[in-house]
Design a protein around this ligand. Structure first.
Ligand code: ARG
Length: 477
């Protein structure tokens, strides 16, 4: 690389480009103006700048738009330069008692909390879609798999509620991380705080934060809140990718369980008959990118000595990439799942395939004859080798061979056999807590709906607090 700068202190274009954060700083432009305002209000209240100076500087900030900004290695520098060009040297008072180090950490937290609130609302909405669809399909029998082999029958409701519960835990993780994000580092200055008589609690309050990242060294140097957000989104994406994978599999002609809406599918440029599940595939693919963002940010933050190091700047774009991809994926999945058509006949037919009622047959043998479960397991296992729909005679024959008993003479009649082999009746029997029986999934769906409403209220409450604080801040002249 050709470095055109000649003397120390004279910055070359290549170096400037290398150390610049301007591209990612687009994310924090608005937040930086808010931080400037809050800091100025506090400086005025503490008598650190005169009221006329305050008014002049704030009026200067008022008209600044992103496109107006000139050069500068970051948005903080560029805004200050633009301000000074508008209001003169007095604009230079704005940076009293602060540093770009506390400034940037504050900005990231302001934007991230907004992103996390949006993501929470979106995750909650996806969970709602899944719960609603579950409630419509309490009676829809589907095959349940382990190892992707037919295992036991279950219902669409049971399946969708499982994904909904997963997402509700993702919501909880976001909610739990929120108070750690929403803390103010402002006033920590470079790291050693400042000798000016500033009021950190006041700027925190003005910006809608709930408390401080108190230790000024910790405040500027930690990005653990960012790592936590990326961990949470990476886990969320890992969960979402499981749902995406099923949409992909289930829409193949081999499964034929669902049809995705055209809106969420694409066709092939060469094969006219094709309808591809591209959106679900990209959710699966973007999961890899979000995981990559987490790993990149972790690697950047690892082993950094106290306190601020410029490496930290390199972590931030990974955060924005991670949250953007995650939010997009959550929204797409809500559309995909709410518009997908289930082929219930095919699902029900498939539910009985692969002798999926074998477990229930063994269980009912135990309940009727009193033989140990392991013996019943052996008998049904022997039957399964021969046929997926055994007769009572087959059963007697296998039981006789394995355990020297004849179930038909112990009260296990045709009727009991038929019941055990009926997928729908299998499901109805499984009414214990968390099971697929319609009574149980209806209970769970109603319970989750309540939870989702509580979650909604939480997001609204948090958003309301932030909005109210920022609204009054914007009005301060
Ligand atoms: N742009 C930097 C970042 O994103 C903030 C500025 C701090 N720069 C500095 N040289 N101390 O972290």
């Amino acid at each position: 690389m050709l470095l055109r700068g000649e003397r120390l202190g004279e910055i070359s274009e290549d170096v400037l480009e290398f150390i610049s954060s301007r591209e990612a700083d687009r994310w924090i432009f608005e937040a930086d103006l808010l931080v400037d305002r809050a800091h100025l209000v506090m400086l005025k209240e503490r008598g650190l700048i005169a009221p006329e100076e305050f008014s002049k500087i704030v009026a200067g900030l008022d008209g600044i738009e992103e496109e107006m900004l000139g050069e500068g290695e970051d948005v903080h520098e560029a805004i200050e330069a633009e301000l000074i060009s508008r209001v003169g040297a007095v604009g230079g008072r704005m940076h009293t008692g602060r540093s770009r180090n506390d400034e940037v950490a504050t900005c990231i937290r302001i934007v991230l909390r907004e992103e996390v609130l949006c993501l929470m609302a979106e995750v909650n909405a996806l969970a709602r879609t899944l719960v609603e669809r579950a409630a419509e399909h309490a009676e829809s029998i589907i095959p349940g798999f382990t190892h992707l082999q037919h295992a036991q029958p279950t219902t669409l409701a049971h399946h969708h509620l499982a994904h909904a519960d997963t997402l509700l835990r993702d919501f909880e993780r976001l909610r739990d991380s929120y108070p750690r994000i929403n803390k103010s580092p402002l006033g920590a200055a470079a790291f050693a705080s400042t000798g000016f008589d500033i009021d950190r609690d006041r700027t925190a309050q003005l910006l809608g934060f709930e408390g401080l990242v108190e230790n000024s060294m910790d405040a500027v140097s930690t990005r653990d809140f960012l790592l936590e957000a990326l961990s949470t989104t990476a886990i969320l994406m890992a969960n979402l990718s499981r749902l995406a994978e099923e949409l992909i599999l289930w829409s193949t002609s081999e499964f034929g369980y669902i049809e995705l809406d055209d809106l969420f599918s694409s066709t092939s440029s060469i094969m006219p008959q094709k309808k591809n599940p591209d959106t679900a595939e990209l959710v699966r693919g973007k999961t890899g990118s979000v995981m990559g963002s987490l790993v990149a940010a972790l690697a950047i933050c690892k082993a950094l000595p106290m306190s601020y190091n410029r490496d930290l700047q390199e972590a931030t774009p990974n955060l924005w990439r991670g949250v953007t991809l995650t939010r997009g994926a959550v929204r797409i999945m809500a559309g995909c799942t709410s518009s997908a058509k289930y082929r219930c006949d095919r699902l029900e037919e498939s539910a009985g395939e692969g002798f999926s009622t074998a477990t229930e047959l063994a269980d009912s043998l135990v309940r009727t004859t009193g033989i140990p479960f392991r013996t019943a397991h052996q008998i049904v296992g022997a039957l399964a080798v021969r046929s997926e729909s055994p007769t009572i005679r087959d059963l007697d024959e296998a039981a006789e061979r394995i355990a020297r008993i004849k179930p038909s003479e112990m009260g296990f009649d045709e009727e009991k056999l038929k019941t055990a082999l009926d997928p729908k009746k299998n499901v109805a029997l499984r009414s214990r807590t968390g099971g697929p029986a319609p009574s149980e999934t209806r209970r769970m769906a109603a319970d989750r709906k309540k939870k989702i409403e509580e979650n909604e209220r939480f997001v609204e409450e948090m958003r309301g607090r932030v909005d109210r604080a920022l609204e009054s801040l914007r009005e301060m002249r």
